[in-house]
Design a protein around this ligand. Structure first.
Ligand code: ATP
Ligand code: FE
Length: 332
């Protein structure tokens, strides 16, 4: 089966073609416009999706070397995300499916981040635990089957991606700061400064206290030395990154122990982080885990993950009607 996947939940417009479970193209148009505002502006995001969606879909079909008449179903991100952004992809997908007279498949964006693990080999066996860390979510998910997933832990406040982006803002780095913190961290000492680890029960997370302690740490040091950030950027980034990653991995380890699970995955934009990838690989070796880390292009938002999720729903005959509306909040 040939599935067209459409993603438009936040600030990336993306289209992908999946043929019999294999991703043949994955085109992503990112929106540079948000940089000068230091964060995503929803109204601008919707307008940019509107401009990008047709050329992105055309390029995805071209790269996959298929004609639109070969598409067997259209899969789209129904939620969660920004409503105006979701509306562009949803409306496009509905119109395209109607015109081609093919079924329509709705996909949950957070499930799709996890299902990105079924694009490449090796694919995880069920059940596995997935730490999903992105711009809006931080979850530990027990994945029992493709669409049978249970959130066993999540953040009480900021997401891990927000912890990176807000720290970057404090350090005067441009948005989105996560990848920049990663870059500078690779040149710094992760133990140069020590930031506190919050004591949160169970498998839940909190990152807002860390953000505040970073803010005060920078302010106090800048009082004595106005070039503090400039002179110590690599060490600050390495130390912050070390703390965020160790908070994530300590909870993941606790959950894996409690559930007795040795198949462990990471997903979402923050799973592109080199510190997380390295520390997880080391931890997995100590614990004897089988660890699954996505290719970079499938970590941040992409339609490849929507197309693969759509493919597995297609196999189940799980379709939706033309009356389907996007959902800003969408539980599993
Ligand atoms: P959600 O999936 O929760 O709806 P989103 O779709 O906006 O949110 P993603 O695109 O999955 O989020 O991830 C974006 C986040 O990932 C941003 O916060 C960004 O800073 C972070 N990120 C991307 N690359 C890295 C990296 N190398 N290191 C740290 N953070 C990163
Ligand atoms: Fe995402």
């Amino acid at each position: 089966a040939t599935i067209l996947g459409i993603e438009s939940s936040c600030d990336d417009t993306s289209a992908a073609v999946c043929i019999d479970g294999e991703i043949r193209s994955n085109i992503i148009a990112t929106q540079a416009i948000h940089q000068k505002f230091g964060g995503v502006v929803p109204e601008l995001a919707s307008r940019a999706h509107q401009q990008h969606i047709i050329p992105v879909v055309e390029e995805a079909l071209d790269r996959a070397k298929i004609n639109k008449n070969e598409i067997d179903a259209v899969a789209f991100t129904r939620g969660p995300g920004l409503l105006g952004s979701l509306l562009v992809g949803t409306s496009f997908a509905k119109a395209f499916a109607l015109a081609l007279n093919v079924p329509l498949i709705d996909v949950n964006h957070m499930q799709a981040h996890i299902l990105a693990h079924f694009i490449d080999d090796p694919k995880p066996d069920f059940p596995f635990l997935c730490l999903t860390v992105s711009g809006g979510h931080t979850q530990i998910v027990l994945v029992k089957n493709y669409f049978d997933m249970e959130i066993v832990g999540q953040t009480n406040d900021d997401a891990a991606g927000e912890a990176f982006d807000k720290t970057a803002k404090i350090l005067n780095l441009p948005y989105p700061g996560g990848p920049l913190i990663d870059k500078y961290a690779q040149l710094g000492n992760p133990h140069a400064y020590s930031f506190p680890e919050p004591q949160i029960p169970g498998f839940d997370f909190s990152f807002s206290g860390l953000k505040t302690s970073i803010l005060y740490f920078i302010r106090n040091n800048e009082k004595e030395n106005s070039n503090f950030v400039e002179n110590n950027l690599n060490d600050i980034c390495a130390s912050v990154q070390y703390r965020i990653v160790s908070i994530l991995l300590n909870k993941l380890q606790k959950a894996a122990d409690q559930f007795g699970i040795k198949n462990v995955a990471i997903a979402g934009g923050v799973s592109a982080n080199s510190g997380l990838r390295q520390m997880l690989t080391d931890l997995a070796e100590r614990k004897g885990w089988n660890v699954f880390i996505p290719q970079f292009q499938y970590c941040t938002d992409n339609a490849g993950m929507i197309a693969i999720a759509g493919y597995h729903k297609f196999l189940n005959g799980d379709f939706v009607g033309q009356d389907t509306a996007p959902l800003a909040r969408m539980p599993f």
